[in-house]
Write a protein that binds this ligand. Structure first.
Ligand code: HEM
Length: 497
């Protein structure tokens, strides 16, 4: 940022001028305030609790009327403003105006700087502008609905996915039987994570890694690297010093080497056309694909684990709904699109899981120029150049005003798959009521169909084999790159007879 731009921001901040314009103005969040959960920006002591930082933005916002209640900005130190929005119409307008055309929003890469250092900057997730467009074209074909859901291709995937899930659950079932106990207490999230990585590496990319190696070597390496990516974004210098003085650089080096080996394994099927590679026609070199493969491995494992873990966690608190899903899947042997579509409760459970507990809880954007956006109800907002935008999907989806009893028949903060039935009866579809679980607009998730297939399979298969009850009355969320159940899905697990 030039000195001129810095001083212009600084002056506006001191004078208290609102840098936004239009008829849905955001209101300012003060830097300090008494009784708030934390400071309204990430630092060494709060970066592991991002949901608290968002909460701080809305502290006292209830007093505001109009747009300022849901759209808040922070404006300090001569820096461009940070806009946080939990207003679905604003979220939709910004997402729709994101892309590579002049004047469109970029994905803001500052919250993912550590991820880019670990995966490479030329990935579909991190890149902007022309580079992003090229990456999008490359990945469009293998991820397309037409491809994944075309009967012959689909059945190939579905069979190997199903076999993998069945093998993992069989091992869990054998463990349960061997223990001689009717009920065993277990954290299910680590089990789900191994299955998700196995489906990606072995089934999707056609790799050949044993489950033990995934569990003992690659999953721990990816988990530590993901933690490292977050701390390396917030406090790169202090983290580097910490590693130097505690001798952790060697461990990090080994984990990065493991990640590279896993990327090699995912790429190794390309020459023989194994897994997804059958559908991939491109003259791009393996090197040009590495950043994307790393993002697919780490990002997809994280997002699908979050999604499936939340779904199982919600069901562990709702035995009645668990039984309804069981009635739908107990005789289902093939998870093809028709069968999955007929499992109405399972589909509603998945939709509601993404609404209440989205894996990606906020979507970052940056204004490349002064930009006017317009909502579907024709309100306008001018967002100044360089504004860092945080689209707060987590809180938007929990707002009574948008998702509460008056509209959906159930409180916004409740897990209530039946709200989708209430909405359907009113003629309102998931498209009308966007929860942004897979994003929206040009940067929509390319892995949606693959992810839904994997999560539907895992959740359906677990319900088919086991009954599970939550150990804790309430499950808090923990948030990092994605959100996850704070207790790692701690349940009492019982074999169905
Ligand atoms: C099923 C769980 C998943 C969820 C909930 C999820 C969620 C999302 C969301 C919300 C976005 C939009 C981010 C934004 O607008 O800033 C996104 C983008 C993305 N997702 Fe997913 N995702 C999932 C699975 C996957 C899988 C399985 C893959 C790949 C194998 C994948 C790859 C990506 C990529 C590369 C992007 C960036 C796309 C772009 O910027 O053009 N996701 N995902």
């Amino acid at each position: 940022m030039s000195f001129q731009a810095w001083s212009a921001h600084f002056l506006k901040q001191v004078k208290g001028v609102n840098p936004f314009d239009g008829d849905c103005l955001p209101t300012r969040v003060s830097l300090f305030g008494f009784g708030r959960p934390t400071l309204p920006f990430p630092h060494l002591w709060n970066y592991q609790e991002p949901l608290k930082i968002f909460e701080t933005f809305y502290w006292d916002a209830e007093k505001e009327t109009g747009a300022g209640k849901h759209n808040r900005y922070l404006y300090v130190a001569g820096l461009p403003p940070v806009l946080l929005s939990r207003d679905p119409t604003i979220i939709k307008a910004v997402l729709a105006a994101t892309g590579d055309k002049p004047g469109q929003f970029d994905r803001d890469t500052s919250p993912t700087a550590g991820i880019a250092r670990a995966t490479g900057v030329d990935s579909l997730l991190y890149a902007n502008g022309a580079l992003w467009r090229r990456q999008k074209r490359l990945s469009a074909e293998p991820f397309s609905r037409a491809n994944l859901f075309q009967p012959q291709k689909f059945h190939g995937f579905e069979q190997t996915f199903r076999k993998t899930v069945a093998e993992r659950l069989e091992a869990l079932r054998a463990l349960q039987q061997a223990s001689g106990k009717k009920v065993s207490r277990i954290e299910l999230e680590p089990e789900i994570k191994v299955v998700m990585l196995e489906m990606l590496v072995n089934n999707f990319f056609g790799g050949q890694v044993s489950c033990e190696e995934l569990r003992n070597r690659y999953v721990p390496a990816l988990e530590s690297l993901i933690d490292h990516m977050i701390s390396d974004t917030v406090a790169p210098i202090s983290q580097a010093l910490y590693r130097m003085f505690t001798g952790r650089n060697a461990i990090l080096k080994q984990q990065k080497a493991d990640f590279e080996t896993l990327t090699d394994i995912a790429l190794s099927g390309r020459a023989e056309g194994r897994g997804l590679w059958k559908q991939f026609e491109s003259d791009a070199t393996n090197d040009a694909l590495r950043a994307n493969i790393r993002v697919f491995l780490a990002g997809a494992m994280e997002a699908t684990t979050s999604f499936a873990s939340w779904a199982i966690s919600h069901l562990s608190h709702a035995p009645d709904i668990q039984e309804q899903v069981h009635a739908e899947v107990k005789d289902m042997s093939v998870y093809d699109p028709d069968n999955l579509a007929s499992a109405v409760t399972l589909n509603r459970v998945l939709e509601e899981t993404l609404r209440l507990t989205p894996a990606l809880y906020f979507l970052p954007r940056r204004a490349t120029v002064d930009t006017w956006i317009e909502t579907t109800d024709h309100r306008k907002m001018l967002i100044p150049k360089d504004t860092c935008i945080r689209l707060d999907v987590w809180n938007a989806n929990r707002c009574e005003e948008f998702w509460g009893e008056a509209i959906t028949g159930y409180p916004a903060v409740a897990f209530a798959p039946d709200r989708w039935e209430v909405l359907a009866r009113k003629g309102i579809t998931a498209k009308d009521m966007l929860h942004f679980g897979f994003g929206h607009g040009p940067r929509f998730c390319p892995g949606r169909f693959l992810g839904l297939l994997e999560v539907g399979l895992v959740v359906g298969a677990i319900v088919k084999v086991f009954k599970f009850r939550a150990v804790n009355k309430v499950t808090p969320a923990r948030a990092g790159v994605s959100t996850k159940p704070g207790d790692k899905v701690l349940v009492d697990l019982e074999l169905r007879t």
